[in-house]
Design a protein around this ligand. Structure first.
Ligand code: LLP
Length: 447
């Protein structure tokens, strides 16, 4: 392990988007765009995604896992992102009818989509079957019954599937996987652990529920059972956990003689200088070796569905400092113009972030302060123990790196704060992929 930098050191380059560079002005640029210019042009807060970084991570995932690897869209989704992941050869994991709708609206072919969800509604399943999604990952006995009903009876409604063929009436049988819980507890926040026995997701391998689900799906004439799926949790740093899960999974999967095994997502990313994360290829190698040890046939398609590791490091959020409050003997509060509505992760999971000033990204950070938002509660913290340059002043643009995953996707309108715009930057140009909300947008659902 490399030595850990002192907290006053600037954020390490590996936490910044791939194309981050210090321009001759001394300011940080990403994708050839000066971050201070972007803040001026688009306002703050602003999510800035490095398009080259996104594409590189998608390619890395495809190289590590091969065809079928899916981008978990819950991490960040808009039409531009869906198109980008598709263009780079990834399938897309959608976990609700809403994510399905956005991916389809982006023009991603339905056969490249994988539908997840622990409580899929009739409407969500019917839509997935009508459009012909590539895979459905089945999560409960109720869902098996629901899919059974939906695939046995021809739907009475006209279908929008090209050619008007409804499943069960001559269309290819939908391919399904069964989601299992391997009974592995990973060391991550309890809210994002999913592989343990006590979970709302999947069927337990240990209890025999997973074997029952396989038997039930094999009896359904309207579907084709193609594989097994598991997801042990998110922000996992230790590849040993993936190996452990893959061993349980492999042991369950190998005797079934099915062609596909999906090991889920969950690869951790470094958010702060003190963290180190494994790469996609280290993760894939560990999972594959563990599967091979348990007798999984080399012809089986072993894939994954990374979300965070594709998008987290690609983005940073720009804020403007509005007030600085020095409480002698207590602490200094630096308040910015966003907060828990654009990044709820610190308050939800106690997640750490770095903060720096793009006007001088390599400046030492000797000021200890708490970076907070503009929401009406004390929990509205972005960086609880931030280190910032001592000459920080009201009006400065402040950046938090590694905000590309589960930031915008979990953003809200709390306190009626409009959600910020999202730009993709590449080759010196920025394109708005999600416009910022206006005050009138805040009224659009009122009746
Ligand atoms: N596959 C399944 C079935 C999942 O449930 C998830 C994430 C993924 C893949 C992608 O996992 P990733 O590679 O992004 O770790 N809001 C939390 C994370 C929740 C993750 C939920 N499921 C956070 O901000 O940390």
């Amino acid at each position: 392990m490399p030595p850990t930098a002192p907290p006053t050191a600037p954020p390490e380059r590996r936490l910044l988007p791939d194309t981050a560079d210090v321009a001759p002005s001394g300011h940080l640029s990403v994708g050839g765009c000066d971050l201070l210019d972007l803040a001026r042009e688009h306002g703050t807060p602003l999510f800035v995604y490095d398009e080259a970084h996104l594409r590189a991570r998608c390619r890395e995932a495809v190289a590590a896992w091969g065809d079928g690897v899916a981008y978990a869209t819950k991490a960040f989704l808009c039409r531009a992102m869906a198109r980008l992941a598709h263009e780079e050869g990834m399938c897309l994991d959608v976990s609700t009818g809403g994510e399905l709708h956005v991916a389809l609206a982006a023009g991603v072919p339905p056969e490249r989509l994988v539908l997840h969800g622990n409580n899929k509604s009739d409407a969500e399943l019917a839509r997935a079957l009508e459009v012909g999604v590539g895979r459905i990952v089945v999560d409960s006995f109720d869902e098996i019954a629901r899919i059974g009903r939906l695939t046995e009876r021809p739907t009475e409604r006209p279908t929008d599937r090209p050619g008007g063929v409804a499943p069960g009436r001559g269309a290819a049988r939908p391919k399904v996987l069964v989601r299992v819980t391997p009974g592995v507890e990973v060391h991550t926040h309890e809210f994002v652990r999913t592989g343990q026995e006590d979970s709302k997701f999947g069927f337990s391998v240990a209890s025999g529920a997973a074997a029952q689900a396989v038997a039930a799906l094999e009896l359904l004439p309207g579907v084709e059972l193609v594989g097994v799926h598991a997801h042990i949790g998110s922000q996992v740093f230790d590849v040993g956990h993936f190996e452990e899960a893959a061993e349980v999974l492999g042991g369950f999967f190998a005797p079934l003689g099915l062609p596909e095994l999906v090991v889920g997502g969950g690869l951790g990313v470094a958010y702060v200088n003190s963290e180190q994360a494994p790469s996609q290829s280290e993760w894939a190698a560990a999972a594959r070796e563990a599967c091979a040890r348990t007798g999984v046939d080399s012809s089986a398609r072993i894939t994954a569905e990374p979300g965070r590791s594709i998008v987290a490091g690609a983005a940073l959020t720009l804020y403007r400092v509005g007030t600085i409050k020095v409480l002698p003997g207590i602490r200094t509060y630096v308040a910015v113009d966003g907060g828990m509505s654009d990044n709820p992760r610190p308050v939800l999971y106690g997640s750490g972030y770095e903060a720096f000033l793009p006007r001088e990204p390599d400046a030492p950070r000797r000021l200890r302060a708490r970076v907070v938002g503009k929401h009406c509660e004390t929990g509205d913290v972005l960086v609880a123990e931030a280190c910032l340059p001592s000459d920080l002043a009201v009006g400065d643009v402040l950046a938090t790196p590694v905000t590309g995953a589960y930031g915008y996707s979990m953003a809200s309108n709390y306190n009626k704060v409009p959600r910020p715009p999202v730009v993709f930057v590449a080759d010196g140009a920025a394109r708005v992929v999600v416009r910022g909300e206006t005050l009138d947008d805040l009224l659009r659902l009122d009746t």
